[in-house]
Design a protein around this ligand. Sequence first.
Ligand code: NAG
Ligand code: NAG
Length: 478
Amino acid sequence: MESAAKPSSVQNLLLRALLFVVSILLLRFVYVVTLRGGSCGGGDYCFFTNLAEVATPASSAATASNPSYRALWTTLEWRKAVGYYSSVFQDLIAEGFLSSESESLCVDTAAGYEVLALKEIGVPDAVGVAKKSAPPLVVGGGEPLRLPFKNGSFDFVYAGQSLDRSKQPAYLAAEITRTLRPHWFLAVLTTSARDAYSLNSLTELFPGCIIVLSREINGMNSPEPLQEIVFQKLESAEIVRPKKGSSNHCPLPEHKLQILRSAEPLIKKEPLKPWISLKRNIQNVKYLPSIADINFKQRYVYVDVGARSYGSSIGSWFRKQYPKQNHTFDIYAIEADRAFHGEYRTKKGVNLLPFAAWKGQGMGRIRPIGDSNDKVLSGNVHAIQGFDFTAWLKQTVTEKDYVVMKMDVEGTEFDLVPRLLKTGTICLIDELFLECHYNRWQKCCPGQRSPKYKYTYGDCLKLFTSLRNSGVLVHQWW
Ligand SMILES: *[C@@H]1O[C@H](CO)[C@@H](O)[C@H](O)[C@H]1NC(C)=O
Ligand SMILES: *[C@@H]1O[C@H](CO)[C@@H](O)[C@H](O)[C@H]1NC(C)=O
């Protein structure tokens, strides 16, 4: 009968439709499983079944079907790069630092390989930022130090090697941290951070973040392995500010102890011919940049206290011989003697501070210039009184800077160094080359000590030892 036959044919039709839908879903499921299983070896197949299309609605599907992108993204170069980043990200997903729901940002990604990799492995909400935009994956950031996103926009920020490339990693790091939501993660790849000193410098770029993972991984193009470091951003209430060094004690973290353990030993016994043995000791100096990687500092600063003529140490030694790992240093020359001031006017990148580094009483005992210049000296006294070296150093550099200092102040180191120690200012100095002036044996007159200075070699040794105990890599300078 017709009334009975009609519903059954409708049912039939519905059943067929249902079966069709189920089989489509099954097919998609197979794609997904294949991709997740990592059998996506490259080539066109991989691209056309990419998860981004499955997971994201119209816009990305429309882009993906744009033939010019398809042609680009299926090239060998793209497949290789996207494959590399896919495996990096898949590891991070497995470890819980990234998920399909993460709103993700890739920093300084010129082409957008990282962004496509994220989309392909099932993190659809991913965007890249670079100086120049590269649609549809990368938005232009304008200024590299100003990311065009609101505070706390992302759950995952992939910084890649952007900090290695940046001229101002401290500012970039601050921007990256700003765009990250508290509790979430950011990943950095770097050729640095292999020694404790460098890892500490990197960590200091991200105040308010803690390291949750650090490991070595293979680079994409180079046989040299990279460090992969994942940070978690803390809620501001959770942040514990590191204790500042105060009265005689700098904090002595492991990275400083490691440096000190590698330093050349101090010469314990007073040399009989200091003009030979102390001079020769300069060959034994273990420069900090020869022990550790000095990347990731905000500024690189050299302060020459008692600089004398430009050629005496800045030109002949610091500029020529100090290992700088390609960083440009801001140079400050502190020199009270007017006789040397003229030549500094023509030296680029050198700031002259025409003062003595100490105030008041120390002046009378040992003079910074020869007796024949007494007139010049008295002319300088006013200026000298106005300069507080400790206060100046505190205003000029921060813990984030890399600070090298040479000090040759004709005996007033016995006033100046204790003051630096007492105020904690010494903690700002990474490496110090100190000439200590004592009643040394004289070359001219065997068996006679120099009458110029009252302190002994033992006093000097105490000074050097207290500096090393405060975490300062100090060297005996001649
Ligand atoms: C965004 O973060 C920066 C630095 O963390 C802060 O100075 C600024 O006030 C924040 N802006 C807003 C709108 O919260
Ligand atoms: C310094 O820069 C030069 C050229 O830019 C490069 O060849 C060299 O490897 C760099 N050295 C270091 C220690 O980074």
